[in-house]
Design a binder for this molecule. Structure first.
Ligand SMILES: C[S@@+](CC[C@H](N)C(=O)[O-])C[C@H]1O[C@@H](n2cnc3c(N)ncnc32)[C@H](O)[C@@H]1O
Length: 271
C-alpha cells in the first residue's frame, strides 16, 4: 500500500536522536518486553526503529541464534540506526528503508513484532495492526506501545502543557485514512483485540519530569514539531509563547511536567 502521509516531526540529515523517548520509556518498555515472552533465537521485526537504541537491545535479547529486522521509512533515521549497530558491534540485525504499510514486501513471518510510538503518527493504524497480524507466525507476539498525547499536563497548571480534550467519537466514526490519532494509545488494546489478537498483558506508563535535565528535552521536541503545529493553525506568535513558557518551566524547579501517557500492549496471534 503506497501512501502520501507526511511525518509530523522534522528529521534533519543526521536523523533525530529520540533521546527523550529512550531516557523516559526504555526501562519500562524493556521490562514489559521481557515479561511478555521475548526469547533467544526469535525472529523479530522492529517497526519504525528511530535511532536504533531499542533495536540494539532487542538484538541482544534474541542473541546470535536470533535475528532482528529493523525498518523505518526515513533513510536518515535508518542510517542513524546502522551507525549505532556498527558502533555497538551488533551483527544479527538486518535493516531496510521501508514503510510499516509495506512489511509484506519482506516476505518473512516473524515471531515477534515490536512497534513503539509509530502508530500514533500514521493515518491508518488499523490497517497496520492487520499487517502485523498477517506477518506474524502462529503464536507470534505483537508488542506495541503508543502515546496518549492528551494525557500530558503541567503542575502548577500552565496553558502550554494542559493537553486537550480527546475527541468524543463513537467506534463507528473512528476510521483509518483520515488523520493521525495522537491518542491511539488509549485504544490500542481494543484495536488489537478487534484485529484478532488475544491480549497477554497491558499497562500504562506516564513519566514525570521534575529535573531540569529531564524537562530540557521537551524544547527540541517542540522545535521538531513546529512545522506541523503551524500547519494546524497555530500562529508563529502562539508557538513562540508556548516555547517560551516551556523554557520558563524547564528552569523553574517548582514546576513539573507529566509527559505523554503511553499504553503498552502485548498480544498473541492464536488463530
Ligand atoms: C516517534 S519515533 C519512534 C522511534 C522508536 N520506535 C522509539 O520508540 O524510539 C517514530 C519513528 O517512526 C518512523 N515512521 C514514521 N512513519 C513511518 C512509516 N509509515 N513506516 C515506518 N516508519 C515510520 C519515523 O521515521 C520515526 O523514526
Amino acid at each position: 500500500m503506497s501512501n502520501n502521509e507526511k511525518y509530523d516531526l522534522e528529521i534533519g540529515e543526521e536523523g533525530l536522536d529520540y533521546d527523550l523517548l529512550d531516557r523516559s520509556f526504555n526501562p519500562t518498555t524493556q521490562a514489559f518486553i521481557l515479561k511478555s515472552g521475548i526469547k533467544s533465537g526469535m525472529n523479530v521485526l522492529d517497526v519504525g526503529c528511530g535511532s536504533g537504541v531499542m533495536t540494539t537491545w532487542l538484538a541482544k535479547q534474541v542473541g546470535p541464534q536470533g535475528t532482528v529486522t529493523a525498518i523505518d521509512n526515513s533513510e536518515e533515521q535508518l542510517n542513524l540506526t546502522v551507525r549505532r549497530l556498527k558502533k555497538d558491534n551488533i551483527s544479527n540485525v538486518k535493516t531496510k528503508v521501508l514503510s510499516a504499510y509495506d512489511i509484506e514486501q519482506l516476505n518473512e513471518k516473524f515471531d515477534l513484532i515490536y512497534c513503539r510510538f509509530v502508530l500514533h503518527h500514521l493515518h491508518s493504524p488499523r490497517k497496520t495492526l492487520k499487517l502485523f497480524f498477517e506477518n506474524l507466525n502462529r503464536q507470534g507476539i505483537y508488542i506495541g506501545e503508543e502515546g496518549i498525547i492528551s494525557a500530558a499536563f503541567a503542575y502548577p497548571p500552565s496553558f502550554a502543557w494542559q493537553g486537550y480534550m480527546p475527541e468524543l467519537k463513537s467506534h463507528e466514526e473512528e476510521k483509518d485514512g483520515i488523520a493521525r490519532d495522537s491518542d491511539i494509545g488509549m485504544k490500542l488494546l481494543f484495536l488489537s483485540q478487534k484485529t484478532g489478537f488475544d491480549i497477554i498483558d497491558s499497562s500504562l506508563v506516564q513519566p514525570i519530569f521534575w529535573k531540569k535535565e529531564q524537562k530540557i528535552g521537551l524544547l527540541d521536541g517542540l522545535k521538531s514539531y513546529k512545522k506541523t503545529d503551524l500547519s494546524h493553525g497555530t500562529t508563529e506568535e502562539e508557538w513562540q509563547r508556548k516555547y517560551n513558557e516551556t523554557e520558563r518551566i524547564v528552569n523553574d524547579e517548582n514546576q513539573v511536567i507529566a509527559f505523554y501517557g503511553s499504553c503498552q500492549v502485548a498480544a498473541v496471534k492464536n488463530k
